[in-house]
Ligand binder design. Structure first.
Ligand SMILES: [Zn+2]
Length: 256
């Protein structure tokens, strides 16, 4: 295997779970070729800290957004703060934003925050990082009304048909640790059937731990395990899948 350049397109390296050993974790990442990491925002009160951590380490790229799962925490003022931050902090995307209809959360409020953030992404000409659970059709119809500069649908687990609709809107689909589980039949079929130019890799660390570290904290240094699973599922060599998924992430996020 030659030198691989991997991008973890979704990792919460800013959270407390990494406070004790963030430096070591990022060192391991570099040894394994995971040189760039996208760090999506969750709540306005953590954006400052997220920005500081990204500025401290090369290869960390911030996104700012209001995560739909924390809908009850977000205020309208947060949208104003976000608008300013998008102009001043130079993030790679707006995110993570979207709709979560799996949990019992206020759908109308989620929808209005989602639309407001799509409009901010539109104005800033930025891609978006989507969190979507049990809400792909609603998200897709919202995106058709409020088109943005593409983005990534993180931890994609919809249908092939929905995947193609995202692709038509300029989106890539994020695949991570769930690929490493033998029981993930639906996800395996998706990973086999979708064109490789639609796929990007992610860990979602510290969540969504893969099979070989089950029960422990997930880490961006495990990204190569997602890569290996994807290559095996598609019966292609690891280096070429690495190259293509990295190119996809670069293209959609305009990373340098
Ligand atoms: Zn996330």
């Amino acid at each position: 295997m030659g030198i691989m350049e991997l991008i973890d397109t979704h990792c919460h390296i800013d959270v407390e779970a990494f406070d004790a050993d963030r430096h070591e974790v990022l060192g391991h990442c570099h040894e394994k070729g995971v040189n760039r990491i996208i760090v999506p925002g969750i709540e306005a009160k953590t954006w400052d800290r997220l920005g500081k951590i990204c500025a401290e380490y090369p290869g960390l790229f911030p996104a700012y957004g209001l995560h739909p799962v924390f809908v009850d925490q977000h205020t309208d003022d947060d949208l104003i703060t976000l608008e300013t931050r998008l102009q001043t902090e130079n993030p790679v995307a707006v995110g993570e934003i979207g709709l979560d209809f799996y949990l019992d959360l206020d759908k109308d409020r989620q929808q209005s925050l989602f639309e407001a953030q799509l409009r901010l992404a539109q104005t800033a000409a930025l891609p978006v990082i989507l969190h979507v659970r049990k809400a792909h059709d609603t998200v897709l119809s919202t995106l058709s009304r409020i088109p943005v500069n593409g983005g990534i649908c993180h931890a994609f687990n919809g249908s092939v048909e929905q995947a193609h609709r995202y692709m038509e809107l300029g989106f890539k689909l994020g695949f991570g640790g769930m690929l490493t589980y033998e029981r993930s039949h639906k996800l395996h079929r998706l990973a086999q059937q979708l064109p490789i130019d639609a796929i990007v890799l992610e860990t979602d660390a510290p969540d969504m731990t893969g099979s070989s570290h089950h029960g422990n904290r997930n880490s961006p240094e495990y990204l190569p395990e997602c890569l290996t699973s994807l290559a095996r599922l598609r019966n292609e060599d690891v280096a070429s899948i690495a190259e293509q998924t990295t190119a996809n992430a670069n293209a959609v996020l305009s990373l340098s």
